[in-house]
Design a protein around this ligand. Structure first.
Ligand code: FAD
Length: 565
């Protein structure tokens, strides 16, 4: 099996559990932590159910900086253990999912002599923590070479810097690959399924789960429950144990995306100091945009709707303009998003100084929680949580995830195969590369749809994702809303100023062909997507243009075809 079964099937299987026929493990939360646990536990032979209240990866796991990294910044905090673990995981993930976790050279421009010595020592330590096994060791770069790698830098101002290596990914696809691999090993996963009540017990636990698309409720039984609910973990803990004290201190981080012509960048990322020189900003080439982040501020607002506010936007713009001399303005911003780090409370005054370590803890009898950590170390977090429950359940298998390939069984073979097939269909090399990056082996299935269902065009003129992808994710990845495709599976909500619904977009038409949406429903889907994007972007980006006639024309054509039979 290489895809997710239907939501309906997943819900029925979850509902069929009982106190006599429980799952071994119920995972609450379909972000990277929950997905990693579902894979680890199912690979050890445990029966696993996973429920996610929104779309998969709709929480923090779609809002990261997309870096699989050792965390150079943590050197300052002397978090050597965490860094070593992260470097080892970075190198392992590059082997397990090379189509999705790719090396990225990072240039670090430094003119100041004292800082050059500090960074030189720091980068030596960074290589040492990776046992000198990183794809390449760091090296010093001259002023002209720095300018060549980071063309946005003003000429003649930078004396030199360093070049080192980390890895970059698409956080949502990493979650999807873990979920799909867990389903291949028997796990039952379901999105839009919210745990509303949680009851612990020595032998059996139960969760009341609401299907948020229909309002129906089912009870799911399991011998153990793992709450992997990110910043919502405290809320879940209070469901199971009313007197629970908050453990988390969420911190907000925002990113802005720029058009490549506004912020010129090569395939090398830059790591630049901000105005106040307290933090570093990443400037990364990502998909067809330039991703810049991030901030780290204490957050006390709604956990469900963090927003990029004007202060966030100005902070990033001022920092970039301080370094690059490009005169960037809000008009150059193509997209923006905000996410919340699930940090464990600590003594540090600023959230930036709080540890990124994770914690596994008991919530109630039979229920444990896991939170904190980083996307990079999700596999290690999953091992810690699964070791604990597996031992309690008498399962003494060790974690197997070190050997489980994610998505592409033969990564070297799939790239030329998809490139050749895409070319034969008249698709560009960028589209072929994107298909392999997103779907690995399953890119074959997407191309089958493109070929046989008249869906080979880009979702809208000039976009990289193609129409077949909208059909594929609606059919095989439980994408239930237009946003599930545009915001998460295809990322157009953040890379495109029009959020994927610009002139001529066929996205809603393609998804409607799978879900049978009426004209009214198509409009509702489009409006809901637009509202979600605008709410998150806040004032950072001018609102996407109102629904386009092109889209309406396409939708009308489908309706006409439907009416005429
Ligand atoms: P989440 O992804 O939030 O998943 C929890 C899920 O639980 C959510 O999807 C939520 O909907 C679900 N849920 C909540 N309540 C319920 C319920 N009642 N029933 C069912 N489901 C429920 N890490 C890196 O390694 N590299 C980076 O570059 C990086 N950059 C970052 C940048 C920013 C700005 C931020 C905020 C974080 C970054 N991180 C990075 C950290 C990383 O993104 C997080 O540690 C990770 O995504 C957390 O995943 P999670 O699964 O624990 O939480």
């Amino acid at each position: 099996m290489t895809e997710l079964p239907s939501r309906q099937h997943a819900l029925e299987t979850l509902a069929a559990s009982s106190a006599d026929k429980p799952f071994d493990v119920l995972v609450v939360g379909g972000g990277i932590t929950g997905a990693g646990i579902a894979l680890d536990a199912s690979a050890r032979g445990l029966s696993v159910g996973l429920v996610e209240r929104g779309d998969f990866a709709s929480g923090t796991s779609s809002k990261s900086s997309k870096l699989i990294h050792g965390g150079l910044r943590y050197l300052e905090q002397r978090e050597f253990g965490l860094m070593r673990e992260a470097c080892t995981e970075r190198d392992l993930l590059r082997r397990l999912a090379p189509h999705l976790v790719e090396p990225i050279p990072m240039a670090l421009p430094v003119s100041d002599r004292k800082r050059r010595v500090q960074f030189g020592v720091g980068l030596w330590a960074y290589d040492a923590l990776a046992s000198f096994k990183n794809m390449r060791l760091h090296r010093h770069i001259s002023g002209p070479e720095t300018e060549e790698l980071v063309p946005a830098l003003p000429p003649g101002k930078i004396r030199g810097g360093f070049l080192f290596y980390d890895a970059i990914t698409d956080d949502v696809r990493l979650v999807m690959e873990n979920l799909i691999a867990s389903v291949e090993r028997g796990a039952v996963v379901c999105n839009y399924a919210e745990v509303c009540d949680l009851i612990g017990g020595k032998d059996i636990c139960s969760a009341s789960v609401s299907d948020t698309l229909t309002g129906d409720t089912i009870d799911v039984y399991a011998r153990r429950v793992v709450v992997a609910a990110g910043v919502w973990a405290d809320k879940l803990e209070q469901q199971a144990r009313v007197s629970a004290e908050p453990r988390l201190r969420p911190s907000k981080g925002i990113h802005l995306l720029f058009r490549k012509d506004a912020l010129p960048i090569t395939e090398t990322a830059a790591f630049v100091p901000d105005v106040a020189r307290r933090r570093m900003l990443f400037v990364l080439p990502w998909l067809d945009a330039v991703l810049v982040g991030t901030t780290d501020t204490t957050y006390e607002g709604s956990l469900d709707h963090p927003t990029v506010d004007e202060e966030d936007r100005n902070y990033v713009l001022d920092s970039l303009n301080g370094v690059f001399d490009l005169g960037l303005t809000p008009e150059d911003i193509a997209g923006a998003y905000a996410g919340l780090r699930p940090l464990i409370q600590g003594k540090a005054g600023s959230t930036a100084d709080l540890s990124r370590k994770h914690s596994v803890y008991e919530i109630a009898q039979g229920i444990i929680g896991i939170t904190g950590g980083k996307m990079t170390t999700y596999r290690r977090m999953a091992i810690d949580a699964t070791d604990r429950i597996a031992a309690e359940l008498g399962n003494h298998e060790r974690s197997k995830t070190k050997w489980i390939r994610l998505g592409a069984s033969e990564p070297d073979a799939i790239k030329p195969e998809i490139a050749a097939r895409a070319q034969a269909l008249g698709l560009s090399p960028e589209i072929a590369r994107n298909l392999v990056r997103c779907y690995g082996d399953r890119a074959r299935d997407v191309l089958d749809i493109a070929e046989h269902e008249d869906a080979r065009d880009p979702v809208a003129p000039g976009y990289i994702p193609i129409s077949a992808e909208a059909i594929y994710v609606a059919r095989h990845e439980m994408a239930a809303h237009l946003s599930d495709f545009l915001a998460r599976r295809a990322r157009l909500a953040i890379t495109d100023r029009n959020a994927g619904i610009g002139e001529g977009s066929r996205a809603v038409e393609m998804m409607a062909s799978v879900h049978g949406w009426s004209r009214g429903e198509r409009n509702r889907q489009q409006d809901a997507h637009q509202a979600e994007v605008e709410r998150e972007r806040g004032l950072a980006v001018a609102p996407p243009a109102a629904p386009k006639r092109g889209w309406r024309r396409a939708a009308d054509a489908v309706l006409r075809r439907e009416r005429t039979g």
